[in-house]
Design a protein around this ligand. Structure first.
Ligand code: ADP
Length: 637
């Protein structure tokens, strides 16, 4: 029997065991009740009866015949009867006594055996307990963390010796220290608050704090507090030295700060570089446009101006791609979903490449099924992808046709929009199809030598589509053509009813008076060259201060405002103009005309009180359109 069973049942268990045996012996001792017992007692009594009767017969014979020699007195039958009458109950009683003694002996033996078993079981249990106790002590003594038990009255019940490794205090020294000796006052109060809030058997609560060591140094400690759930009210505290972890956390925070600073510096650098590259491009593209529009050029000069325009536009798209890609790499692409019309997007993208396609003799066809529904997605970014597909299709196709196809699969209030651009161009070898979507990746060196390009367009497109959780890919047969496609999912939307702004072309007789605030003389000349043929009367100011002064004095229909200028920048100048009380300037539309084209820079212009934004390099068509649109209106806010 196991010790536990023995203890659980106690001596009562043995008693019942013995009683079990008693039942057998009781049976034997209760002849009235148990015929088997009577049988046993009778069987045991028979030899005694025979012996007594035999002895009585023998004694009768010896005394009557041999000693007294009175054969007449010898009546064996009487002796037999009398001795049998005496012997039977006597022998029966003796057999009963013997049986009782045997039973008592058996009971005693069983009881002793049971006691012996119980003692052995208890010894095994005690040995086990001693081993567990030894292991617990070993554990407590060798813990790297510190474990402490506190009574509900705030007395230390136990502290593991590991306290010496952590704080330098020996266990005895530590046990004698007051509870608040190693922590600052504020931390002590915080920890007391935590302890007060604990529930018996509830979730443990952790806290970090600085602790003082015996040698005066400070370490970071993380302690976890819990109240035991056994009703004892004992507080269990486990503490560990987390100085190294804290140091790493501080290092990581510092590294993160440095990375953020580096990223901010990179963004600044990009913003500056784009500004610096766009400013000269403004003059190159702008004057080339002015020249191309003039009727005074001979054929050769017109062709050469065309080359300047093509080359500078290519350079501009490279600058745009590099800027875009860097922003995407830095994770800085914020999507701006708004209701847009996919069919209108496809037509306008096709329109943008139509001239280049026509020059190569390529037809561009748009296939958008009737009833395509507007969707709530970042339309301009999708246009960028479609335009990239289209530009490549024109670039890599020398004959045949280019098709833009849109398909929409509606699913409740959501839809999947698939856009495809198919060409009959050079196609792409299977081994290049995957990596052309990687940055700076072109199908092969021969292609890049022949067609140029940066290898960024598709990488940008892929990042845009992935940012929209969509899919992008290409199907192609080398030498026969390619189909570039994307699929994006988004909610269906209603297009807002457009405020009907009729923009009639700029009327030369309207006599628009315009203030141009621009520090760059070449740009001033360019704007005048574009606008003056349309009867616009332009006054110029060379910086923000002169611009504000001109607004105070003059009367203009419109202001074109550069942003980066010496003395006073365009944003400050705009704010000052808007603040002019009662002056006409407060309501004059102001259009930003700047190489600062990042979304946050455009937003800054609007926040300063401007009405519109024209990015440099200035497109003459866009400038004319903006002047026509704004010259008859006033500032909205
Ligand atoms: P880029 O056109 O400036 O080189 P892209 O990222 O737009 O950069 O394209 C990467 C490469 O993919 C191209 O250099 C070209 O090898 C291949 N490619 C893209 N579009 C087509 C196309 N329509 N037909 C054949 N090859 C293409």
């Amino acid at each position: 029997m196991a010790a536990t069973d023995c203890l659980r049942s106690g001596w009562g268990g043995h008693l019942s065991l013995l009683l079990g045996r008693h039942r057998d012996s009781d049976d034997l001792r209760s002849p009235a009740i148990n015929p088997a017992a009577i049988r046993v007692r009778i069987l045991r009594a028979v030899p005694a009866v025979c012996l007594i009767v035999g002895v009585a017969m023998a004694m009768d014979y010896i005394v009557t015949i041999l000693l007294l020699n009175e054969p007449a007195a010898y009546v064996p039958i009487a002796t037999l009867v009398i001795s049998t009458i005496i012997a039977v109950p006597l022998a029966y009683w003796l057999a009963g006594q013997r049986l009782r003694l045997e039973t008592m002996h058996a009971e005693l033996k069983a009881s002793l055996d049971a006691k012996q078993d119980a003692i052995e079981d208890a010894e095994v249990a005690l040995a086990k307990y001693r081993e567990v106790d030894r292991l617990y002590r070993l554990l407590g003594d060798n813990l790297t963390d510190h474990v402490a038990l506190w009574s509900p009255l705030g007395e230390r019940l136990y502290s593991s010796p590991s306290i010496e490794r952590i704080t330098g205090y020996t266990l005895e020294e530590f046990m004698a220290l007051p509870p608040a000796a190693l922590v600052g006052e504020a931390d002590f109060r915080r920890v007391q608050g935590i302890i007060r809030s604990l529930e018996p058997g509830g979730e443990p609560v952790s806290a970090d704090y600085e602790s003082l060591c015996k040698d005066g140094s400070r370490i970071w400690v993380e302690s976890t507090y819990s109240l035991l759930g056994d009703g004892s009210g004992i507080l269990l505290v486990t503490s560990r030295d987390i100085t190294e972890r804290k140091r790493l956390e501080l290092d990581i925070a510092k590294a993160l700060q440095m990375a953020e600073a580096a990223s901010a510096a990179k963004s600044d650098f990009l913003a500056n570089m784009t500004h610096e590259l766009r400013t000269p491009l403004t003059a190159i593209i702008g004057f080339a446009e002015v020249l191309r529009r003039s009727r005074n050029l001979n054929k050769t000069a017109a062709r050469q101006v065309g080359h300047i325009l093509d080359a500078s536009n290519t350079l501009l798209s490279v600058v745009n791609d590099v800027l875009d890609f860097s922003r995407l790499e830095a994770g800085g692409l914020e999507l701006d979903p708004a209701p847009f019309d996919p069919a209108a997007m496809a037509s306008s993208c096709a329109g943008l490449v139509a001239e280049r396609a026509e020059a190569k003799g390529l037809a561009v066809e748009v296939r958008a099924p009737r009833g395509l529904k507007p969707m709530n997605l970042d339309g301009p970014r999708l246009s960028q992808v479609l335009l990239n597909f289209l530009s490549n299709a024109v670039k890599f196709t020398s004959h045949g046709a280019i098709t833009v196809a849109l398909r929409q699969t509606i699913d409740g209030d959501q839809a999947v929009l698939r856009g495809e651009v198919t060409d009959t161009g050079i196609g792409i070898a299977p081994e290049h199809r995957e990596n052309i979507f990687d940055r700076f990746s072109q199908a092969d060196a021969a292609v890049s030598r022949r067609f140029g390009g940066t290898g960024l367009g598709l990488a940008i497109s892929r990042r845009i589509i992935e940012r929209m959780d969509g899919r992008i890919g290409v199907d192609s047969v080398e030498g026969q053509g390619s189909t570039f496609w994307f699929e994006v999912r988004g909610p269906l939307a209603d297009l807002p009813t457009q405020e009907a702004v009729e923009t009639s072309p700029l009327d030369a007789d309207a006599g628009v008076r315009l203030l141009l605030v621009e520090d760059n003389a070449v740009n001033r000349e360019l704007i005048c060259a574009i606008l003056e043929p349309f009867g616009v009367a332009i006054e110029t100011a060379n910086d923000g201060v002169a611009g504000v002064e001109a607004m105070r004095q003059g009367h203009y229909d419109l202001v074109l405002m550069d942003v980066q200028m010496p003395m006073m920048d365009g944003l400050t100048a705009t704010r000052e103009i808007r603040a002019m009380e009662g002056a006409r300037g407060a309501s004059t539309p102001i259009i930003a005309m700047t190489a600062n084209v990042l979304p946050e820079q455009v937003a800054n212009c609007m926040a300063a009180g401007m009405d519109d934004h024209l990015g440099k390099p200035i497109s003459p068509a866009k400038l004319l359109e903006a002047v026509a649109r704004w010259s008859g209106r006033s500032h909205a806010a």
